[in-house]
Design a protein around this ligand. Structure first.
Ligand code: XMP
Length: 513
């Protein structure tokens, strides 16, 4: 997957994986020889925000199309293929945006076979291809674009003007699969079972007779990574769980009980609540809180490591550190084109480079939904595998204002009620997550029982999202919201108001801090 605009590339890579073909994203700036050196069975060129005529617009070496590797261009990738190979792309100002009707002129073509002559596709472009390069057959058009798809079976080059990766393109997945299976002749064989087997072998080979440790956060990623490594090397692995006192109700107990029961892993739980609360005393600034939590986390973890190392028998040194790094993390850190630092996301396993451990990151190639499938395959309980994301700094960044023990207790109660009701209403899978935020420095007047109260509001922040990069506020049923509100104001002392956050991301981030 050659990435011409980060927004699309990850989604296309996911769709390719859904077609059970392994895919890897590379930046469009990578030299073509380097791309070819990876020996791809097929190459996909993504869409991107640029016009092929814009100054500094990304280009591609013609050699990519002449290497005998099947190529599929989408949107910008399609136009680039057209211009590079001698076709015509006009800057006519004929824009097409949104759902468009595509007229397929060659219904039996490699890409379109078995799909209707008229189909709905998602367009988003300014320039338009008016003539295909020599040797190509035009296979579809729209009212605005004469060449909306072209194919060259002899050279195994294909392209579509639209975005097959988005669900609005009704037959998009089929067209992508047609390219992969028919155009490129790939047999779909990439499954989570294969991933698990391959990783088990790799981990055993890498770790050998040595020992490994893993920081468990209670989240899906570190749990699945730990379970995988545990399955590979058994008692050579020790997991460390740092309880920073910013966890939700029942969370530590769940890790201690459910995770250990499911995996039989050796677990070291460090109770560091006092330490974190002391370090956070008097701090209200979100970035400062995040940095303090990150720093303390590393210190506690290092200490735990030292203890494990000290207790390890001489002939079995602890050489490896297991982390639940996912593919989007890898892509985002590799993509590094000056993305703004919105907030200091603290990676729970993120440790300083001078630590003397080699990393084991068995999930580096996987997306979140694939990690969940691996977790299922390993027999982890649903409560762990389907857990919604929870930030490393925990409730510490859900209290707007200073973090204190009393405020944490209060928020923990409100959060537990919201989670209980959302689960009872069967909404857990529908929403991405629902942070509950305590506005600790805001007070409002209420009337509860017979008297006046002067308490704090909590905010419900239910969001739906595919990858947390963007999110929409979830339209929760009113009766569920009503129940949560009634219960929180009745059951949580000092909270006399529940408000609903109806902001998407952007402009609001998911967490308040
Ligand atoms: P934001 O607030 O940036 O959050 O829209 C996006 C997603 O990331 C989670 N999040 C974090 N996860 N460490 C984490 O492990 C962090 O520091 C952190 N901050 C936010 C957040 O819950 C959401 O799912």
């Amino acid at each position: 997957m050659v990435d011409f605009g980060a927004q699309y590339a990850q989604l296309i890579a996911r769709r390719v994986r859904e077609a059970r073909v392994f895919s890897e994203i590379v930046p469009s700036t990578m030299p073509v020889e380097e791309m070819l050196a990876k020996r791809p069975r097929a190459i996909i060129l993504s869409g991107g925000p640029a016009s092929v005529y814009a100054e500094g617009a990304p280009t591609l070496d013609r050699a990519l199309f002449e290497a005998g590797v099947p190529v599929f261009g989408m949107c910008y990738g399609f136009q680039l293929m057209a211009t590079t190979l001698g076709g015509t792309v006009d800057n006519t100002g004929a824009r097409e945006y949104g759902r468009t009707s595509l007229a397929v002129s060659k219904p039996g073509s490699t890409l379109f076979e078995g799909t209707p002559a008229e189909q709905s596709v998602w367009m988003s472009h300014g320039d338009a291809c008016s003539a295909a390069p020599e040797g190509f057959t035009v296979t579809a058009s729209t009212d605005v674009v004469p060449v909306a798809a072209f194919e060259n079976d002899a050279a195994r080059l294909y392209g579509v003007q639209y975005h097959p990766e988005v669900l609005h393109s009704t037959y998009g997945q089929q067209i992508l699969e047609h390219f992969l299976y028919r155009g490129a002749g790939i047999t779909p064989s990439w499954t989570t079972t294969n991933v698990v087997e391959e990783q088990l072998a790799l981990i055993r080979e890498k770790v050998g007779g040595s020992r490994a440790i893993c920081g468990l956060s209670g989240g899906v990623d570190s749990a699945v990574a730990a379970a995988l490594v545990q399955k590979a090397i058994g008692s050579q692995l020790t997991c460390v769980y740092v309880d920073h006192g910013l966890m939700r109700k029942g969370e530590t107990e769940q890790v201690e009980k459910d995770f250990v029961a499911a995996t039989g892993v050796q677990l070291k739980v460090v109770d560091a609540a006092e330490r974190f609360l002391t370090a956070l005393a008097g701090v209200s600034d979100p970035e400062q809180k995040r940095k303090i939590i990150g720093r303390e986390f590393i210190r506690v973890f290092e200490q735990a490591q030292a203890e494990i190392v000290a207790a390890a028998p001489d002939d079995q040194p602890v050489e490896f550190l297991v982390q639940g790094t996912l593919y989007p993390d890898v892509v985002e850190s590799g993509g590094g084109t000056g993305t703004a630092n919105i907030k200091s996301h603290h990676n729970v396993g993120g440790l300083p480079e001078d630590l003397q451990f080699q990393l084991v990151e068995p999930l580096r190639q996987l997306f979140k939904d694939e990690v969940r499938m691996v977790g299922q395959e390993l027999g982890l309980p649903e409560e762990i595998v389907q857990r919604q994301p929870f930030p490393g700094p925990g409730l510490g960044i859900r209290i707007v204002g200073e973090v204190t023990r009393e405020r944490l207790d209060l928020l923990r109660e409100a959060d537990a009620i919201a989670r209980e009701e959302l689960t009872a209403a069967g909404l857990d899978r529908e929403i991405w997550q629902c942070p509950v935020v305590l506005l600790a420095e805001v007070r409002s007047v209420g009337v509860q029982g017979d008297g006046r109260t002067y308490g704090h509001p909590v905010v419900l922040r239910p969001v739906s999202s595919e990858d947390a990069m963007t999110a929409d506020w979830s339209r929760l049923p009113y009766d569920v919201l009503a129940k949560i509100s009634t219960r929180i104001t009745n059951e949580v002392k000092d909270v006399n108001r529940v408000v609903l956050d109806i902001t998407s991301k952007p402009p609001g981030t998911i967490e308040w801090e």
